[in-house]
Structures are given as C-alpha cells and as structure tokens.
Design a protein around this ligand. Structure first.
Ligand SMILES: [Zn+2]
Length: 408
C-alpha cells in the first residue's frame, strides 16, 4: 500500500535513464513502489503527498570515507585519541552526512565503523546506511603502519591507527578471516604507499601477489568485496590481477591498468576531493610537510588518471576520503561530484550517476543508489537543477531514508 508520494520538477532514478520532468515517486513501507511521472502515477487519498519545486534523486553514496572522528590532519594526533572519543565525534559526523543527503556510506578503514554501523541500523543514532571494512590491512612499513614511531611502539594487532599489520600469505589469510569473524561488509587492503604515510611513496608497491590473493580468496569465499588503496601503476595492476573489486585512488593509471579494469569489471574510486583540499589548503591545516610534497607531486596525474578512466568507460564512483577534520569535513562530500564535472569532464548526469547507481556497485547491496521498484526509498531533494549546475547538490531541501524524512 502506497503511504508516501514525492513529487518534484525533476526525478532521477540513478540508472541509465534520463531524468523525468514532473516526476513522482511512490513509496510503500520504506521501499520504492514506482517511479514515473505525475501524469502516469496516481496518488492514493490517504498517502502523505509531498510536493517539491526542485529535483529528487537517490540519496547519495560516498564510496570512500573514514568514520573515525579525526579532527586534525596530523597522523600523530590520530593515535592519541581514544576509540570512544573517536566514535562520539564520528556519531556527529554521521548526522552531518545524512543532513547533506548522503544516505549510504562505505567506511574503508576505521576502528569505529562496525559499532557505528550497528548503532545506526538499530536506530540508536541517526546516520546513513554504513558499510564498513573495520580496520584496514597493511604490510609492516606499509601505508597503514605508523612508521614515524619506533617499531616497538606499534602493536600489530591494535596499532591505534586505521589499519592492522600482516605479513606473508598466512598472516594475511588469518587477518582476513578475523575481519570476516568481526562481521565486516568488505575488506580493505593497501597495495601501494601513500601521501600521509611518512616513509613510503605512493608509487611503491606493497603486499605480494600471494598476500593479496590470500585476502581476496577469503573475502570472496564469503561473498564480500575487497577494496585496495592503490596509487602507483604496478600496485594498481597487482591489486586488479589478484581480483580486488575496487581500486581506491588509482593515481597513475596506464593503458594496461585501464584494460585490467575492463577485464575484471572493477570500479575506480578516485577520491579527488581529498587531493584537491590538501593541495588547496593542506598547509594551513597542519598537514605534515612530507604529505604536502607528495600531494603536490601527484595532483596532476591523479586528475588525469580519473579523466582517462572515465573516457575509457571504466565505472568511476564518488568517494571523498573525508575523515572529519575541518579540511575534510563530513557534510561537504558532494564536492567530489563538482570535481567530476569541472576536472574530469563528466556531464552533470554522469557525476550524479557516479554518486548514486555507480557508487552502489562498490557495495554488497543492490537496494541503494537507485530508485527502482523494491529499492530503499532513500531520496535527496535539492532546490535547484543539479543537471545543469552540479553545485545545486549542496542546496538540500530535504532527505528521506527508507521513506522517513530525516530531521535536519
Ligand atoms: Zn581512505
């Protein structure tokens, strides 16, 4: 029985279809009953009938962020707060994400994501639907290791950062099995160095083929995807050849890497927003010098790789790598869609698809990111027309999650 009808000047269902003028969405018990035009779909008398002048699209998906309540850009600061402090801050971040129209997020590395996911699911705190890897997995000395500290200060099982450490296929397999045991929705590994890890470089490969494939085998055996932080060309290819489902960042993609995306069906989550913000004003926000230098060096290649992948037809998903501090605050995540239009050459519709139907490809759930029959009625209504001006995604009129209007 239809209990909610949402009318808008434009309705987009997040699929390949064109947006509809004078659209109408019919919702029954939190799920989409039908999406069409006001002319074609009748509203039952007793349904809650909402009318909006703007544009209704599926609730947005951020396919790469961190729910760990960071409030500084200095990795040393991240190690000093307690998990309860981090979780309390991230609870506030979840509210901001939902208010900004992000009704689903993929947390790719945090010690707090699992508890937050469950607290949202049971209705204890407001927030988007959370899919989480729990802590990421890194090799010793890899992107997830705190290698600015003496080795004996870093506990491999509980390093207090974003990642645990595992070396050799046997340890990697066991670590993956531990993640599965914790109930993660995906597994996150790191197959290259990165910008904010002091002693490695984004171009350097990390983890061997045998280590990567051990993790992938364990995750796929239980039907969950693997995401790899992969920036340099060889590390991207190693990840793809060994079966990962998403490449995070992908800063230096060559033709062979693009071919591997096509062969494997993997999705690219470039996270341009973090690179853009760090290069624009990272220096004012306490980012360490080593991070700034690596970011400045990588920025141009990063944007170029996203363009190359998009032009070659690789699925490119919206993900920001935002993690909570003023420079990378949850709530401004639609910046990534703006960068897709301005820097990657996507049309507005392609950029909105990247944050809805395409981003949902990264999740083990078919019912988010689109508004087709049976999907969750997660809807973002904005005032203007983001199909002609992408920045209208920031002008939130209202948000529905599972057919319930979100308090903002
Ligand atoms: Zn990240």
């Amino acid at each position: 029985m239809v209990d909610l009808a949402i009318d808008a000047d434009r309705l987009f269902d997040g699929t390949d279809a064109e947006p509809l003028a004078d659209g109408r969405l019919l919702v029954s018990e939190g799920r989409v009953e039908a999406a069409g035009t006001q002319e074609d779909l009748a509203v039952p008398d007793d349904a809650d009938h909402r009318r909006y002048a703007g544009t209704a699209i599926p609730g947005l998906v951020d396919a790469h962020l961190h729910l760990w309540g960071a409030r500084s850009m200095d990795p040393f600061e991240w190690l000093k707060r307690t998990d309860t402090h981090a979780a309390a801050r991230a609870t506030a971040d979840l509210r901001d994400l939902l208010a900004a129209g992000f009704t689903t997020v993929r947390d790719v590395g945090s010690g707090t994501g699992l508890g937050l996911r469950d607290a949202v699911a049971e209705g204890a705190v407001p927030g988007p639907r959370v899919y989480t890897s729990g802590l990421a997995m890194s090799q010793t000395g890899g992107h997830g290791d705190s290698h600015f500290l003496p080795h004996q200060w870093v506990r491999e099982e509980d390093p207090r950062g974003v990642s645990t450490l595992a070396d050799g296929p046997a340890e990697c397999r066991k670590e993956a099995r531990k993640r599965v045991r914790e109930g993660v929705d995906l597994v996150k590994i790191m197959t290259t160095g990165g910008v904010l890890s002091e002693k490695d470089h984004p171009r350097q490969s990390q983890m061997t083929d045998a280590e990567i494939s051990a993790v992938v085998e364990e995750a796929h055996r239980v039907g969950i995807p693997v995401a790899s932080h992969a920036q340099g060309t060889p590390g991207v290819k190693n990840a793809l050849r060994n079966g990962v489902d998403t490449v995070e960042h992908g800063i230096w993609l060559d033709d062979e890497a693009v071919d591997l995306f096509h062969e494997t069906g993997a999705t690219l989550v470039p996270t341009l927003a973090v690179m853009h913000r760090i290069c624009e004003r990272g220096a004012e926000h306490g980012l360490p010098e080593y991070g700034l230098e690596k970011a400045y060096e990588a920025r141009e290649a990063h944007f170029e790789s996203a363009r190359k992948a998009h032009e070659a037809g690789v699925p490119v998903a919206l993900g920001t790598d935002f993690l909570g501090p003023e420079l990378l605050p949850h709530g401004e995540n639609a910046l990534e869609a703006e960068l897709f239009v301005e820097e990657v050459g996507m049309s507005e519709r392609e950029a909105i698809r990247a944050g809805t139907g395409v981003a949902a490809r990264t999740l083990p759930d078919d019912d988010v990111g689109t508004l087709t029959e049976g999907d969750h009625a997660d809807v973002l209504v904005v005032d203007g027309d983001p199909f002609t001006d992408i920045s209208a995604l920031h002008d939130v009129a209202t948000v529905f999650k599972g057919g319930e209007e979100v308090e903002r």
